[in-house]
Write a protein that binds this ligand. Sequence first.
Ligand code: ADP
Ligand code: MG
Length: 259
Amino acid sequence: MTQLTKSGSFTVMTTSATPLVALRDVNKHFGDLHVLKDINLEIDQGEVVVVIGPSGSGKSTLCRTINRLETIDSGSIQIEGVELPKEGKELAQLRAKVGMVFQSFNLFAHRTVIDNVMLGPMKVRGIKKPEAKNRAMELLKRVGVGNQAQKYPAQLSGGQQQRVAIARALAMDPKVMLFDEPTSALDPEMINEVLDVMTDLAKGGMTMIVVTHEMGFARKAADRVVFMADGAIVEEAEPDTFFTNPTSSRAKDFLSKLI
Ligand code: ADP
Ligand code: MG
């Protein structure tokens, strides 16, 4: 919506921001299983949305539809107001705006850490090698693994590998970062080193969608908590409200079972 507003002595034209990511009436089936049910979700620039819910509720599928690793049956998904294309170059371009970090780090095992971070920008975005290398090094330092650049993924701890995976996603200059249970495969002592990187990213203004069971992170970093059950968004609220005063019986039940 475009409107005229008074700002000091000037009248300026402002356009109320298009959501960065918008899902409208999204439905998805796997055979007979209705796995996403009329999902409506808008994520604004700079917003951190944490998605929680029981196993099997559709959280991963939701993430995967947002960069079209999964197709949808009906509804629409827009990024910066542009409908996700079905395939081809346009899809690759739009997909590059969505960085994804999975539970299993998915690094290229036969490439060094720095190569893992450089390859995407060189292949997909046509960045020249020296620039890609500088930027990769910067990002590896930012996530605290600058001194591991020449090693292979298997030589790193799980927490370090996941931080490399975050650097690799950031190297594509995404508009939004999706995290699907990024700490679930980690030994407990490594969880915080990954959550700290994510918290820094959130503070730095990155738009993030995070599926996690780490309620401490949700309380601290989320602008909004989205609770899913059985393929539907059952409840959405600011973390304080959600954790202290959930309204749905599903959310109450879910929270009561957390240690
Ligand atoms: P969550 O991430 O919340 O645990 P998922 O999105 O992984 O949930 O799964 C939602 C439901 O869809 C589950 O019942 C799961 O078994 C099913 N499912 C997920 N992926 C597939 C697939 N590729 N084929 C068939 N069923 C699937
Ligand atoms: Mg999942």
